[in-house]
Design a binder for this molecule. Structure first.
Ligand code: PBG
Length: 326
């Protein structure tokens, strides 16, 4: 006999009954807070397209992390804005580059906080691409294998500084394998790799490129990031990254790609991260500022839907504000 619909609805009549059968709950344990660090002292530059987010100098960054840590946040993802950019992004793998110095200080002050290092060149190259490029007239070619050599150097320098997880975000073929073997060869086999496996060439990264000052000077990233029409390809990317040794995989952006998160979670036995990116954050902030949406409730609904879709970790600029209300 079919279950009478009226009895299904009965669950919803009281708040305590609704809680009793609640299937998904966002926890502060699953949140990762992304942060931007730049050279200098006493700097907190507001990022205009991301209200509430800043570029911090290291001293200010440590204060921000202290607050996040007190709120129970267990992991941060750090992006560096270098002192100097050049064609090969040299500061990305300098022993005392902005990110290496920052990671060392963070781990020194907060040893139990997991530090995830973005392993990419785009913030560090003068042309703003995620690797070594050969310029043609109005276009360019990304040199995949020359880029791999640099990614290995970045990863080892970040691990040496104390990073717990290395997160390659450039969608460079073979990046996980290269980084895994470089880490192992240098005595860092205990460090994890969180691969940006399914990273789409998305229009949602606009505000981030202001924040990290990493906008490509020529062309776009379509030659290495995925077409937003595809999901089969995402499964192939994930399979490949797991095969190459990734410990965790990521889908980015998150909100328009929850079908992809779900499919990956169903198919693979691996932790899946969803990156609630800058453009998603900016939309919520803009609408809330106009009182078009109830900010707190919207954030909770968005993050819960990511978890419901199958995300284990959620990387979100909302981490601090949501941690306060959980
Ligand atoms: C670059 C990188 C990007 C983001 C994270 N790492 C931007 C890009 O690929 O252009 C985007 C994050 C966001 O939008 O919040 N390696």
């Amino acid at each position: 006999m079919p279950y009478p619909a009226v009895r299904l609805r009965r669950w919803r009549k009281s708040p305590s009954l609704r809680k009793l059968i609640q299937e998904t709950k966002v926890s502060v344990n699953n949140l990762v807070l992304p942060l931007f660090v730049r050279p200098g002292k006493n700097i907190r530059n507001p990022i205009s397209s991301m209200p509430g987010q800043f570029q911090f100098s290291l001293d200010q960054l440590l204060l921000e992390i202290k607050e996040a840590h007190q709120l129970g946040i267990k992991a941060i993802l750090v992006f560096g804005i270098p002192f100097k950019k050049d064609e090969f992004g040299r500061e990305a793998y300098a022993p005392h580059g902005i990110i290496q110095n920052s990671i060392r200080s963070i781990k020194d002050k907060f040893p139990d906080l997991s530090v995830i290092a973005d392993c990419c060149l785009c913030e560090y190259t003068s042309h703003g691409h995620c690797g070594v490029i050969h310029k043609k007239k109005d276009s360019f070619i990304l040199d995949n294998d020359a880029t791999l050599k640099l990614l290995a150097k970045i990863a080892v320098s970040q691990a040496r500084a104390g990073a717990d997880l290395i997160a390659p975000s450039g969608m460079i073929d073979g990046m996980v394998k290269t980084i895994r073997s470089a880490l192992d060869q240098n005595g860092f086999s205990d460090r994890l790799i969180l691969s940006y496996s399914a990273k789409y060439a998305s229009n949602f990264y606009g505000p981030f490129r202001d924040a990290a000052e990493g906008k490509p000077q020529v062309g776009d990233r379509k030659s290495y990031q995925m077409d937003f029409s595809n999901w089969n390809e995402a499964l192939r990317e994930v399979a490949q990254d797991l095969e190459e040794g990734a410990d965790m995989v990521m889908v980015k952006p998150a909100l328009c790609y929850l079908d992809v998160v779900h499919k990956i979670k169903e198919k693979f036995n691996a932790p899946v991260a969803a990156y609630n990116v800058s453009g998603e954050y900016a939309m919520v902030k803009a609408a809330s500022k106009n009182n078009w949406l109830d900010e707190k409730q919207i954030i909770l609904e968005i993050l819960t839907s990511m978890k419901r879709a199958g995300a284990d970790l959620i990387i979100t600029y909302h981490a601090k504000e949501i941690a306060k209300s959980l």
